[in-house]
Design a protein around this ligand. Structure first.
Ligand code: TXA
Ligand code: MG
Length: 322
């Protein structure tokens, strides 16, 4: 059941406890409402994708309460830091390479080596992040394909029954999403235009912002915001070849178990939320094991299975086509 609560110490405490338990809380920010979960808890983040009904895993913004917390999560260039100091707290999202101690889970980053960070100005959001003591992953609080919610009523009409609590802070002040700037390349790239105008940022930095090459996809799965594993994936595998590692689902590969075989089960109990929460971590671990090929068991196509299959399909495209 979804509870809608106005903002006071009691509802903030309730929200904090729900987040600590890995549950979902919609919170106001100054831009749009966010569908929040503990960004360090991959099960909780998987529940975000399930509630939104997203057919694919987009990386999410991790919301922080102060600069110290942000600097723990990512490597800020001098320019990135300058921009953060100027526009935070506020409607600016900075994408930067993860630090060695980044706590935002793989799934929230969709497996990428970068993380999107934002310090919201909204006091409720700030109180909640501080109380949790960890970043809050929060995409806009709407069903996939719908427009972003700017009131608690919008959130309820999209997500009632799918999340645990909606903190009602009234209509959001700005009503449009944050501007996203990536600092993962030599020059900053504007990934999404938003509340802060490109010109304002360019003027402040005294530097032009590059635009991403629009939908320039070399091969499916090779877009800017997608993690590509080094190993080649063989999907819907019924067996495991000599030279393959294996990613199982629901113990389909049990009969092939043997020593020296690198194998993980996304969810032995066929739980799609658990499977989603393990997906990027296992792909990364498989790459680290040094294997060149991975057999992947078939995964149901319904619910979160759609996003898992989408991700695996993209990952199965050879990434050495230049
Ligand atoms: O104003 C906002 O930004 C709102 C509030 C809730 O903070 N959030 C929001 O989140 O609009 P969402 O998930 O709807 O959009 C986040 C965008 C996505 O388009 C995603 O692709 C991009 O951020 N993004 C996140 N992490 C990224 C990364 N590591 N690299 C590139 N893009 C990233
Ligand atoms: Mg959105």
């Amino acid at each position: 059941m979804t509870v809608i609560a106005s903002i006071d110490s009691q509802s903030i405490l309730k929200a904090t406890n729900l987040l600590k338990e890995g549950l979902l809380v919609a919170m106001p920010t100054e831009t749009v409402y966010g569908l929040g979960a503990d960004a360090t808890n991959s099960r909780a983040v998987a529940a975000i994708y399930a509630a939104k009904g997203r057919p694919s895993f987009n990386p999410l913004i991790a919301h922080v309460s102060d600069l110290t917390q942000a600097l723990k999560e990512a490597e800020f260039s001098e320019t990135a830091l300058k921009l953060a100091e100027k526009f935070w707290p506020g409607p600016l999202t900075i994408v930067a390479p993860i630090s060695f101690q980044c706590s935002v889970c793989d799934l929230a980053r969709a497996g990428l080596d970068s993380v999107a960070l934002r310090m919201p100005k909204d006091l409720t959001a700030q109180r909640l992040i501080k109380a949790l003591g960890r970043p809050i992953a929060a995409p806009s609080a709407n069903r996939s394909g719908h427009i972003s919610s700017v009131t608690a009523e919008h959130v309820a009409s999209d997500l009632l029954g799918k999340i645990d609590l909606i903190l009602d802070g009234g209509p959001t002040k700005l009503g449009l999403e944050s501007t996203i700037i990536s600092f993962c390349q030599a020059t900053p790239i504007i990934l999404r235009s938003g509340i802060i105008a490109r010109e304002e940022i360019e003027e402040f930095l005294n530097q032009r912002l590059t635009s991403p090459v629009k939908d320039k996809v070399i091969a499916p799965g090779m877009t800017l915001a997608h993690y590509a594993p080094l190993a080649t994936l063989r999907l819907n595998a019924k067996d495991i070849a000599e030279d393959e590692a294996a990613i199982d689902f629901g113990a389909q590969f049990n009969q092939f178990r043997k020593t020296n075989l690198w194998m993980r089960d996304l969810s032995a109990t066929q739980n799609l939320i658990e499977a989603a929460s393990n997906l990027f971590t296992f792909l990364r671990e498989a790459d680290k094991s040094g294997t060149k090929k991975i057999a992947v068991a078939s995964i149901p196509k319904h619910g979160l299975g759609e996003a898992i299959n989408d991700r695996l399909m993209r990952a199965s495209v050879p990434n050495n086509i230049a």
